[in-house]
Structures are given as C-alpha cells and as structure tokens.
Design a binder for this molecule. Structure first.
Ligand code: UTP
Length: 281
C-alpha cells in the first residue's frame, strides 16, 4: 500500500508562524512534525509515500533529500553520529513530492496524488497531525482495511463546542469502536452535528474515492473538501470509522503544538532536561 501526506496548505490559523515556515516543519521534541508522520506510515509497513506540497514549502522537500555539502562537511569534521542520523532521514522511505499548484483544499490536494496511487487502496495521513498509540493509528487502519476490504478512517470523541472544527460522522456501531458510516458533515454547528465523533486525519481509501472527489464542488470554507467526497463514497458503498484511543495532536493549533512537545518530550531522551526547565518556572 502507498501513502499520501497532504502538506500544501497555507496554515492560516497559525500565522505569522507559518508565513515562511511550513507548519509541517514545526519541531516537536527533536524532529519536524512531518517526520513523525512519515515514520508513522513506515511503522505501518508503508514505504512508498507522496507528500503533497506547495512551491512556498521547499523546506519539507529539503528535509528528506540528501544535502551533499552538509554530508561532506560532517564527514570531514568527524561528526559521524550526525551524519548517520541525517542519512537515516534520507532513507526513511521512497518519497515523491507533488506540487499542489493552488491551495483549493484538502480534497483537491489528495486528487493531486491520483497518478501516484495507481488505482490501488492507499493511506492518507495529514501532514500537520501527529498520532501516537499502540498500534499506531495508520497501522490500526491498515489492519482494519485488510479485514473489511473497504474504506476506513479514524475518529475521536469530541466536545459539543468542537463540532465546528471537525468533519463529524453518523452511523451505526457494528462492533466496539467501529461504526458503519452513513453520513459525514464538514464543520457543522452544534445543532447540525449528527454525533460527537470527529474525523482525525488518518484514512485508508479504495481508489474509487478519486471519482467522488472529482465531482465535489466547493464546500465549507470555499474549499474542495475531502469530507464531501467521503460522504458521497459512503452513500455508494460501505465505509467504516474506527474510534482511535491514542492521542492526536493538530500541529496547526498553538494548544496542540505545545501539548505535543511537552507530552512527547516527557517520553523521550530529553525528559530530564524538560523536568529541570519546568522545575525552574
Ligand atoms: P488544514 O485545513 O488543517 O490546513 O489541512 P491549512 O489549510 O494549511 O490550515 P489553515 O486552516 O489555513 O490554518 C490539513 C492538512 O491538509 C493540507 C495542510 O497542509 C494540512 O497538512 N492541505 C490543506 C493541503 O495540502 N492543501 C490544501 O489546499 C489544504
């Protein structure tokens, strides 16, 4: 299975931080967000990955490509651990970069990967979203796809006042944490929300999604929404949601960015430093 990581958006919720710096490159602990996302796909057994990026977001591509001058300099300076580390990033996966010429929305970004996907099932991981948990979210979805052979995606329980920020689903529970989805609404008001289960940013789709995405017209926020294509797909055939119990951080928001950095640092080699810093506040 291949994976598509959309990372071409303008990140307007996080300006001015994201004016020149892609939000997908914001550091969490000791690496950029997008590296966490690529590692999740790799950990789920996926090696062929397309990152959808924009002309204004060259830093993303640079992060995964070999930089010869840097490697020579590290070698000359005897900094072999650093050299090993950056070479590992270069070799993490087979990554292709696809430019989304205009920021027309998440659904449009995914359409840019149609040729790359080649008529097979594929995973989608939002490039600005870190998920942690065991199994990791994408791995859980890949396993669920193998079992059900139809499109699946993860959701999380949300608060009533949060519906306006999420794609919200309705459906029937078919087993613990699994729903057969019959409807999806992008960013509904509290009164319009069919449930309190919000889409999280991890999916495995059958390639039929592309046909549905092509018929989508501008929706919430004037964008070509992925949720609208999923809605159309769900009405044609079966689609399941999985309530993911791990953590999810939307790095497009200050709160989740802070939280991810602190929580994930506590579980890292840097926990001692963090405790010392916090102890001094
Ligand atoms: P978001 O809607 O969270 O990202 O899309 P955004 O548009 O960059 O952010 P705001 O709302 O303006 O602050 C989720 C993911 O989809 C990508 C984003 O880069 C992000 O990783 N995306 C979004 C695209 O690739 N293309 C788009 O046209 C829109």
């Amino acid at each position: 299975m291949k994976a598509v990581i959309p990372a071409a958006g303008f990140g307007t919720r996080f300006l001015p931080l994201t004016k020149a710096q892609p939000k997908e490159m914001l550091p969490v602990v000791n690496k950029p967000t997008i590296q966490w996302v690529v590692e999740e796909a790799v950990d789920a057994g996926i090696k062929d990955i397309a990152i959808i990026t924009g002309k204004h977001k060259q830093a993303i591509e640079n992060h995964f490509k070999p930089i010869e001058k840097l490697e020579i300099a590290l070698e000359k300076a005897g900094k072999l651990d650093e050299l090993k580390e950056i070479r590992q990033i270069n070799n993490l996966a087979n990554i292709e970069f696809i430019i989304q010429e205009e920021q027309k929305g998440l659904g449009h970004a995914i359409l840019c990967a149609e040729e790359f996907v080649e008529n097979s099932p594929f995973a989608v991981l939002l490039g600005d979203t870190i998920c942690t948990g065991n199994p990791n979210c994408t791995k859980g979805l890949v396993n669920m796809f193998k079992e059900r052979q139809t499109s699946v995606f993860s959701v999380e329980k949300i608060k009533a006042e949060e519906t306006i920020r999420y794609g919200v689903i309705s459906g029937q529970e078919v087993e613990k944490d699994v729903m057969l989805v019959d409807d999806l609404v992008e960013k509904p008001s509290i009164n319009e929300a069919p449930s309190l289960l919000g889409i999280q940013g991890r999916y495995v789709f059958t390639p039929e999604l592309f046909e549905h995405q092509k018929n989508v017209v501008k929706g919430a926020g004037g964008e070509l929404q992925l949720t609208d294509a999923m809605r159309s797909l769900a009405k044609k055939g079966k689609m399941f949601s999985w309530t993911f119990s791990g953590k999810r951080y939307d790095i497009g928001t200050m709160r989740d960015w802070f939280q991810s950095h602190l929580e994930l640092s506590f579980n890292s080699d840097y926990s001692q430093i963090l405790k010392e810093v916090i102890g001094k506040l």
